[in-house]
Design a protein around this ligand. Structure first.
Ligand code: DUC
Ligand code: ZN
Ligand code: ZN
Length: 496
């Protein structure tokens, strides 16, 4: 029997194991049909030459074609960048605009965005962002959209004037999510602390990009994380805190997990690799010290933290198991564009508050953690797979088809070069496929990169033979309920 595709001579890694023998993986119709030690043949064959064969990356936190980032990526460029960085599935956000209570309409509008310009290169789903919950919407439109679109995760914010919800609104959403088997994602920063500091910074005319880091201190994330965990405990419902950036906030997650609450944590490359020094225009990482605004390239929220010790605190929680998923929070805006980062430079005066938040990173997420985590020996290849593919697939209801290598699963793979096969190189933005004019990881050294990215049996990226060679074949993924949390306790009857 011949297969559509056979992959062989590599080390197959799942979140649990590295298979002890070199095996053959046979793919037909986009699905893994066999994994065998017996030699098999295919119409197309890939020799992994001893490199790791991992499940395709699942990036469960990305912002694509968002209204607040008109100088960002659309689905075409964002998903192309995903594929070129080893990611085969991404989950961007469909945002409820204020005063729009028809959530089916909201998601349909995002399907339109995803289908524009030929569609997506990788598979994708949508998380829903709720910015203005009403009782009627939560009772009628919300269950409808969950059912029709199979959306099983919702993000809410404790900050940003446009999105911020009160604690009571958060409780309402947690309860609604519990009833609908939906996972809640929370952006946790105390908005009153931020406003209080911002007022004083602006009075003192301290508005250069660096003051963004001053305006959103760790204590703001720490307090809001603790509060969100407390609210989730009250309703006893699974919750993920997104883009966690500091050790003290992660300590709260660890405590809740130790007490057997279904609280999960996400971090992102920027909180492992970059410090707030990058927001200073004369930081030694920048080539051009004359551009006093370039720190704006690093404005994201929560902000980059101060010291190497802060980064080590996040690494500790990544290694000790507190952190469940490693996402990019790809939230790109061009730097040199009036609607991009330079929106915050008005008549030559910097205003960090007007700079669109977020960093590009969908393409660099996997290579960064692979090179600085796996190849340095800080984490095992299995832990890498767990954080970057298996856990996001389980958390967001995709584990029947994505996130692992097994018979019956989608044939999504990231194949790495064998160690030392390629020369170490310094990253340059022109190597990347996003539509952004910079990467915050410029100049960092890489010892490896995805050699092949395969989506449902299609070789979409071949780094040495044409780069992105796949088409815009990405499909919308209907998702199931999360399989990460255990069974819930009975609901407190007061909340029925
Ligand atoms: N922070 C967010 O909450 N979302 C997108 C980008 C960012 O920096
Ligand atoms: Zn956020
Ligand atoms: Zn985000």
């Amino acid at each position: 029997m011949s297969y559509d595709l056979v992959i062989y001579n590599g080390l197959v890694v799942t979140a649990a194991d590295i298979l002890p023998k070199s095996v053959y993986i046979g793919v037909n119709n986009g699905i893994i049909e066999t994994i065998t030690t017996a030699k098999i043949t295919g119409k197309k064959e890939i020799d992994a030459e001893g490199g790791y064969i991992m499940p395709g990356g699942v990036d469960s936190h990305v912002h694509i074609d968002q209204d607040n980032a008109p100088a960002g990526d659309n689905f075409e460029s964002g998903s192309k960048s995903a594929i070129a960085g080893g990611t085969t599935t991404m989950i961007p956000f469909a945002i409820q605009p204020k005063k729009e209570y028809d959530l089916i309409k909201v998601v349909e509008e995002y399907h339109g965005r995803a289908n524009k310009n030929g569609g997506s290169y990788c598979d994708y789903g949508f998380h829903l962002i709720i910015s203005e919950p009403t009782q009627e919407m939560l009772e009628i439109s919300f269950p409808e959209v969950v059912e029709k679109e199979s959306i099983t995760s919702v993000k809410v914010y404790t900050t940003y004037p446009r999105y911020k919800l009160s604690d009571e609104q958060l409780l309402q959403i947690l309860l609604t999510n519990r009833k609908n088997n939906v996972t809640t994602m929370v952006h946790a920063e105390n908005s009153d602390i931020i406003d209080f500091i911002n007022k004083r910074l602006s009075e003192k005319k301290l508005t250069q990009p660096f003051y963004h880091t001053v305006s959103r201190p760790q204590i703001a994330e720490d307090e809001a994380s603790y509060r969100a965990i407390s609210l989730a405990k009250m309703i006893d419902v699974p919750m993920l805190l997104v883009h966690m950036s500091c050790e003290s906030a992660l300590d709260h997650v660890k405590k809740a997990q130790t007490d057997l609450f279904p609280i999960f944590a996400e971090t992102c490359p920027q909180y492992l690799f970059l410090t707030g020094d990058n927001l200073k225009h004369d930081c030694c990482n920048h080539g051009n010290h004359d551009d006093k605004f370039q720190g704006a390239k690093y404005i994201c929220s929560p902000p980059l933290r101060s010291t190497q010790k802060d980064l080590e605190g996040v690494w500790k929680h990544l290694i000790n198991g507190t952190i469940t998923v490693f996402s990019s929070d790809h939230a790109p805006s061009k730097y040199d564009h009036p609607l991009g980062k330079k929106k915050g430079l008005i008549n030559g005066i910097p205003h960090f508050k007007d700079v669109p938040n977020g960093l590009p990173g969908i393409e660099t997420r996997l290579p960064l953690l692979f090179c600085y985590g796996v190849e340095t020996g800080r984490i095992t290849p299995q832990k890498f797979v767990e954080l970057t593919s298996t856990n996001p697939a389980k958390l967001y209801g995709l584990s029947e088809s994505k996130g692992s290598i097994g018979v019956g699963m989608d044939a999504d793979f990231t194949i790495w070069y064998p160690k030392n096969k390629i020369n170490k190189f310094e990253l340059k933005n022109e190597m990347l496929h996003h539509s952004i004019d910079y990467t915050p990881f410029e100049g960092m050294e890489f010892t490896n990169w995805p050699r092949y990215t395969i989506l449902r049996g299609n070789v979409c990226f071949d780094r040495d033979n044409g780069g992105v060679i796949g088409g815009q074949i990405g499909s919308y993924l209907k998702r199931k309920a999360s399989t990460l949390a255990g069974p819930m306790k009975p609901l407190n009857p007061i909340f029925e």
